[in-house]
Structures are given as structure tokens and as C-alpha cells.
Design a binder for this molecule. Structure first.
Ligand SMILES: [Zn+2]
Length: 101
């Protein structure tokens, strides 16, 4: 079982999360070609090693996360909010909670 370190809730079992797919996909513009959309929607790499994935803490804070996971060892090296505004919020909260020296 994977333990995913949610920035809000702390480490949780992966059963609390929904897998959202490859976080490295670059989505085409709305008016891009059909071929570009087919490529983005249906074709994925099958990486061996470190990879960025989307996970949603569905049975927790419901935050979408980008999780950096090694596909061979399943080791998770990082997890942070997928939305840049939420990443800023988490950083601000953690700095506010850190006691000053
Ligand atoms: Zn959470």
C-alpha cells in the first residue's frame, strides 16, 4: 500500500485517494488539431522510474495533488497541490506554523 503525504492532512493510505492520471501531459489549445487532441487524450508514455502523477485526496481534504512517484520502487519523493494558488497557500501555512528561532 502506498502512503501519500498530503500537504494538508499528512501521510494517508492511497485508498483515500483517486488516481487522476499522468501529470506531465501538456494539453493542446482548444482550437488545436484533432491529431493533437487524440495524442493528448489517448497516448501515454509508460515511464520506468520517477514520474509525476495526479492524485485527488477524495476521502480527505479533496485537494488535487501532483505526486512524484518512482514507478519501479513506488517510493514517493514529493507531493504538492496541483493548483499553483493552493501551493502558495500550503507554503504560507507551513511558514506560519514553523516556530521562529
Ligand atoms: Zn488531504
Amino acid at each position: 500500500m502506498l502512503r501519500i503525504p498530503c500537504p494538508y492532512c499528512g501521510p494517508r493510505d492511497h485508498a483515500e485517494f483517486d488516481y487522476g492520471g499522468d501529470a506531465t501531459v501538456v494539453w493542446p489549445a482548444l482550437d488545436d488539431t484533432t491529431e493533437a487532441w487524440v495524442e493528448a487524450l489517448y497516448f501515454r508514455d509508460d515511464p520506468k522510474g520517477p514520474h509525476r502523477e495526479l492524485w485527488r485526496h477524495a476521502r480527505g481534504c479533496r485537494l488535487w495533488l501532483i505526486v512524484e512517484r518512482d514507478t519501479v520502487t513506488h517510493e514517493i519523493s514529493a507531493a504538492h497541490p496541483a493548483h499553483p494558488g493552493m501551493a502558495d497557500e500550503v507554503t504560507a501555512q507551513s511558514q506560519a506554523e514553523t516556530p521562529s528561532a
